[in-house]
Design a protein around this ligand. Structure first.
Ligand SMILES: N[C@@H](CCC(=O)N[C@@H](CS)C(=O)NCC(=O)O)C(=O)O
Ligand code: FES
Length: 111
C-alpha cells in the first residue's frame, strides 16, 4: 500500500463519519461538497472533513481507494456511502438519519 492509501485508510477507519471534500466544512470550495456539508450539519452529524485540495495525490488517491470517480465522498464506519447525489437522495427519503443511527453514529435530535 502506498503512503496516501495508508493515510486515507486510517482516516476512514478512525473516524465514524468522514467526508472527503473540496474545501472545509466551514468553507466548502465546490457546490457538490457544500451540499453534503449542509445536509450533515442539518441532521447534526459529527463528522471530519478532509480537504482533497490540500494534495493532488490525495485527490487522486481517494478515487482509487473507493473506485469512485468524483468528490465529495462520504464514509461511515469505514464504509463508502456515496457522493453528493446519493447522500442527497438518502437525505430526501429520510434514510440518511436512519442509516447513521443504525450504524451507531450520534445524530442530534435522533437519540
Ligand atoms: N454527481 C456527483 C457530483 C460530484 C462531482 O461531479 N465532482 C466532480 C467536480 S467537483 C469531481 O470530483 N471531479 C473530479 C475532480 O475534481 O478531481 C456526486 O454525486 O457526487
Ligand atoms: S470544483 Fe467545479 S464542480 Fe466541483
Amino acid at each position: 500500500m502506498s503512503g496516501i492509501n495508508d493515510y486515507i485508510d486510517s482516516e476512514v477507519k478512525s473516524n465514524d463519519v468522514v467526508l472527503f471534500m473540496k474545501g472545509t466544512p466551514g468553507f466548502p470550495q465546490c457546490g457538490f461538497s457544500g451540499q453534503v456539508v449542509q445536509i450533515l450539519d442539518y441532521i447534526g452529524a459529527d463528522y471530519k472533513g478532509v480537504n482533497v485540495l490540500d494534495s493532488a495525490e490525495l485527490r487522486q488517491g481517494i478515487k482509487e481507494y473507493s473506485n469512485w470517480p468524483t468528490i465529495p465522498q462520504l464514509y461511515v464506519k469505514g464504509e463508502f456511502v456515496g457522493g453528493c447525489d446519493i447522500v442527497r437522495e438518502m437525505f430526501q427519503a429520510g434514510e440518511l438519519q436512519t442509516f447513521l443511527v443504525e450504524k451507531g453514529v450520534s445524530v442530534k435530535g435522533a437519540a
